[in-house]
Design a protein around this ligand. Structure first.
Ligand code: PEP
Length: 257
């Protein structure tokens, strides 16, 4: 973390979990456990159907609400889809773009990721852009080249003045939901690479202000070590964000003075 130049963000990604009533129970528990985080921003990315309730439930504590996806068009004949504009009007602040599960199951490509980044920024949302390699790609030794390519694609035609709204999440696919975590050094190296790509595209001032998270089985045991890396500015957390006690422990790890 480097709080001098950029925000530390701890974001939960609930995926397809929690009904409305479970969301209410979670909110009560989280509020009873969580103080007012001073040094980091807390975000919960929840299923579309829970967004409206979540913005209400978390209004009085410092938790911003995010969505887990959006469409790249602002409206039109796209049955079942939701636009960034629709999310904005509900009070959503962040939107996860290009999560590996969407790349794997729903044909998300680097091209659609770029279009969605533009749609999110246009609507006034902060995209959390996910990039990451598979185990095979890591073993082939192409991780840093692949990440460079993904970051460049995601940012194509994004102007420098919009970059302060963009968040990246380095999420090695082999670490998501598997219990396997990248070592702090591996996470630090890739997050540093993401910043280097941004620096080459936009210059040092822009690059040092961008939040780069790590995601992939982050939990209360490994959070502190991962967050100690200078280029790891928070976490995108799946499993552990479903349990208020674990999520709060990770927030506390990011919130130490
Ligand atoms: C995620 O869904 O982005 C994620 C990192 O999941 P988990 O923490 O469960 O690995």
């Amino acid at each position: 973390m480097n709080r001098r130049y950029r925000k530390t963000i701890i974001a939960g990604n609930w995926k397809m979990n929690k009904t409305l009533s479970e969301t209410r129970i979670f909110a009560d528990e989280l509020k009873s456990l969580m103080g007012r985080p001073k040094w980091c921003e807390v975000v919960l990315c929840v299923p579309y159907v829970n967004i409206q309730a979540a913005t209400r439930l978390f209004k009085d504590c410092r938790v911003s609400i995010g969505a887990e996806n959006c469409h790249y068009e602002s409206s039109g004949a796209y049955t079942g889809e939701v636009s960034a504009e629709m999310l904005k009007e509900l009070g959503v602040k962040y939107v996860v773009i290009g999560h590996s599960e969407r790349r794997q199951y729903y044909n998300e490509t680097d091209f659609t990721v770029n279009k969605k980044v533009h749609a999110a920024l246009e609507a006034g949302l902060r995209p959390i852009v996910c990039v990451g390699e598979s185990l095979e790609q890591r073993e082939l030794g192409v991780t840093l080249e692949l990440i460079t390519y993904q970051v460049k694609c995601a940012l194509s035609r994004v102007p420098a003045e919009k970059m302060r709204h963009v968040v990246f999440a380095y999420e090695p696919i082999w670490a998501i939901g598997t219990g396997k975590t990248a070592t702090a050094q591996e996470a630090g190296e890739v997050c540093e690479t993401i910043r280097t790509v941004i620096r080459k595209l936009y210059g040092a001032r822009v690059a040092r202000a961008v939040t780069v998270q790590y995601g992939g089985s982050m939990n209360p045991k490994n959070a502190q070590e991962l967050l100690a890396q200078p280029d790891v500015d928070g976490g995108l957390i799946g499993g552990a964000s479903l349990k208020p006690d674990q999520f709060v422990e990770i927030i506390n790890a990011a919130n130490q003075e």
